[in-house]
Design a protein around this ligand. Structure first.
Ligand SMILES: NC(=O)c1ccc[n+]([C@@H]2O[C@H](COP(=O)([O-])OP(=O)(O)OC[C@H]3O[C@@H](n4cnc5c(N)ncnc54)[C@H](O)[C@@H]3O)[C@@H](O)[C@H]2O)c1
Length: 251
């Protein structure tokens, strides 16, 4: 059965900074029991700052055994997982810009796939049985504008994982639907976070000029969409992609 909002457990990966932290802040403010997962050891201290209902978990989502251990701990502590936000992601930069296909080392390709895509698969695989038992669940995967269309600043591994997340989410939506589990993506455009802080001033200036709304987004611009998709109000939305990009891509 669907739990009261205050009983729900929300897991947010990559929650020590940027978009993930903004999502966790919104969840905690709504009274959800919010688990902030990150590879940064700072995540425990950050979670403590969000109140008694929040908890931190240190794990590297690029390591399957760490994902299993994190979900074991979540199950042991809370016995449920109502909301899963697969947000942890990396976008390696080369001299403040992109890596071309000819430059990407295979180890880096594999690392980007493991963190940005395979981790979402693993978390869903482990969270779905818990959601099915509850007859309710919300999965929100953080894709990117770079997974929606060709982006001059996206490297091939990053774009491949973000496009892959969209296809994966559609199947999760179909498979979860019988148990009232929805799965959706948000696809942010340029957002002011540590990830984009690594871009060169030239890339940032060009990107800002390309945004119809004339600015980089704030992490909370994305968190607002994630919060909605994770809510009861979004019960009839599944398999969708919400573009949160300031108008840079309008399919
Ligand atoms: N910032 C943007 O412009 C933008 C645009 C589109 C999509 N996104 C996506 O948004 C998501 C969040 O990125 P952000 O911009 O907030 O960046 P960020 O760097 O501020 O936050 C990413 C967080 O993920 C964590 N993380 C990275 N690898 C991890 C791992 N292996 N295990 C556990 N935690 C890990 C980091 O420690 C960090 O706290 C990413 O998936 C990113 O691809 C960002």
């Amino acid at each position: 059965m669907s739990a009261d909002v205050g009983e729900r457990v929300a897991l947010v990966t990559g929650a020590a900074s940027g978009i993930g932290l903004a999502v966790a802040r919104r969840f905690a403010a709504r009274g959800l029991r919010t688990v902030l997962l990150d590879r940064s050891p700072e995540v425990g201290r950050i979670a403590a700052g969000l109140g008694a209902g929040a908890a931190g978990l240190v794990a590297d989502v690029g390591r399957p055994e760490a994902v299993h251990a994190a979900m074991d701990e979540l199950r042991a502590r809370f016995g449920r997982c109502d909301i899963l936000v697969n947000n942890a992601g990396i976008h390696p930069k080369k001299d403040g810009g992109k890596w071309t296909i000819e430059q990407i080392p295979l180890e880096q390709w594999n690392e980007v796939l493991a963190i940005n895509l395979s981790a979402a698969f693993l978390f869903c695989q482990l969270a779905l049985p818990l959601m099915r038992a509850q007859g309710w669940g919300r999965i929100v995967n953080v894709s990117s504008r770079g997974g929606r269309t060709a982006s001059p600043v996206a490297s091939a591994h990053y774009a491949a994982t973000k496009a892959g997340l969209i296809g994966f989410t559609r199947i999760a939506a179909l498979e979860g639907a019988p148990d009232r589990i929805t799965a959706n993506c948000v696809a942010p455009g340029p957002i002011e976070t540590a990830m984009t802080a690594g871009s060169s001033p030239e890339v940032r200036a060009a990107f800002t000029r390309s945004v119809p709304l004339g600015r980089y987004g704030d992490p909370d611009d994305v968190a607002a969409a994630v919060e909605f998709l994770a809510s009861d109000a979004a019960a009839f939305i599944t398999g969708a992609v919400f573009d949160v990009n300031g108008g840079t891509y309008m399919p």
